[in-house]
Design a protein around this ligand. Structure first.
Ligand code: TYD
Length: 207
């Protein structure tokens, strides 16, 4: 069987986690072995890097250090988990990947898309998802959801303007790479979102 690499993108609070669970079950029913993983994280070393990045005590972390830590975590994750799984014919579903760095560090932290793309190409050996699903929902809604639901981490505590620049860059990427990035309306009901994702996945698996 041919391996596939699927990434899930969107703002914090967009509802990715619930849908990833459904998606895993759906693809397994189609007869595939599925690996679900996440960034930053996905391996013991990458999870340690994740803790450094998201620790609220690290308020002095400069944007370049942040970007390089995400890329370091991703290098380990790609080598140890993602690449071997795809090679073994599995379907990898990854909660966030390089697009997150492009929008959060490239746009949100104003480091520029080119620099972020370069360090990530180096980190991942240019691996590209076969499909990326972008959960489209306005920052006003997600920020409210996050504040109500849990203790917030270092990136989530950013101002609404930061989340808007992240959101707008996601929309730009979705336009620019419309073959790879499919947009689902994450403001819909859970059932509708699930259906929309299944339609996109069917196209990928049948192509
Ligand atoms: P995530 O694990 O999705 O958050 P949570 O555990 O709250 O669901 O991601 C943690 C944060 O890291 C999130 O605010 C997005 C950010 N992030 C980046 O800024 N750049 C990246 O490359 C990645 C993967 C995540």
């Amino acid at each position: 069987m041919k391996g596939f690499f699927i990434t899930i993108e969107g703002l914090d609070g967009a509802g990715k986690t619930t849908q990833i669970k459904f998606l895993k079950e759906y693809i397994e029913r189609r007869g595939y072995d599925v690996v679900v993983t996440r960034e930053p994280g996905g391996t013991p070393i990458s999870e340690k890097i994740r803790n450094i990045i998201l620790d609220k005590e690290n308020s002095e972390m400069c944007p370049k250090a942040e970007a390089l830590l995400y890329a370091a975590s991703r290098a380990q994750h790609t080598t140890e988990v993602i690449h071997p799984a795809i090679k073994a014919g599995k379907v990898v579903i990854c909660d966030r990947f390089v697009d997150s760095s492009l929008v959060y560090q490239g746009a949100g932290r104003s480091l520029g898309l080119e620099a972020i793309k370069n360090i990530n190409d180096f980190a991942t050996n240019h691996i590209e998802p076969n499909l990326t699903i972008f959960f489209d929902i306005s920052p006003e809604i997600t920020v409210e959801r996050i504040r109500e639901s849990k203790e917030i981490d270092r990136l989530e505590q950013e101002e609404i303007a930061f989340h808007y620049s992240v959101y707008n860059e996601y929309k730009n990427l979705a336009n620019k790479y419309s073959n790879r990035i499919k947009v689902v309306n994450a403001n819909n009901s859970i059932d509708n979102i699930k259906n929309d994702i299944e339609i996109v996945i069917n196209k990928l698996l049948e192509a």
